[in-house]
Design a protein around this ligand. Structure first.
Ligand SMILES: [Zn+2]
Length: 102
C-alpha cells in the first residue's frame, strides 16, 4: 500500500513532519505514533489509505493532547478520532466552505 504522501502538518502553530514506516502495526502493535519533542508523526504505510488518514487524525489529537496538556486518556483520544474522522467525511462540502477561500 502506498502512503497518501502528506509530509507536513501544522498543529498548534508547530510544523510536524509526517513520516511513513512499513509494517509498524504488525511489528510494534501501533498504527501510528507522534512525538511532541521532535514534532514528528509516523504512520504505517502498509495500512490502506483510509486507515492511514484515520490514523493521522488520531495522531493529530495525540499532538493536541501533548501541546495543550489536555491529559486525555487514550480511550478518549480514540473516540475523538472516530468522531472527527466521521464528521469531516460526512460534511466535506461544509468544511471546504468553512476553511475555503470563498
Ligand atoms: Zn494513540
Amino acid at each position: 500500500m502506498k502512503n497518501f504522501n502528506v509530509k507536513n502538518i501544522t498543529i498548534a502553530g508547530i510544523n510536524y513532519k509526517i513520516t511513513y514506516t512499513k509494517s509498524q502495526a504488525r511489528d510494534r502493535g501501533e498504527l501510528g505514533a507522534v512525538c511532541g519533542n521532535s514534532s514528528e508523526i509516523n504512520i504505517d504505510e502498509s495500512l490502506d489509505t483510509e486507515r492511514q488518514k484515520k490514523t493521522l487524525i488520531h495522531e493529530i489529537i495525540e499532538a493536541f493532547n501533548f501541546e495543550y496538556e489536555l491529559n486525555l486518556e487514550h480511550k478518549q483520544i480514540s473516540i475523538l478520532e472516530t468522531a472527527f474522522f466521521t464528521v469531516l467525511k460526512d460534511n466535506q462540502e461544509l468544511f471546504s466552505k468553512i476553511i475555503g477561500d470563498k
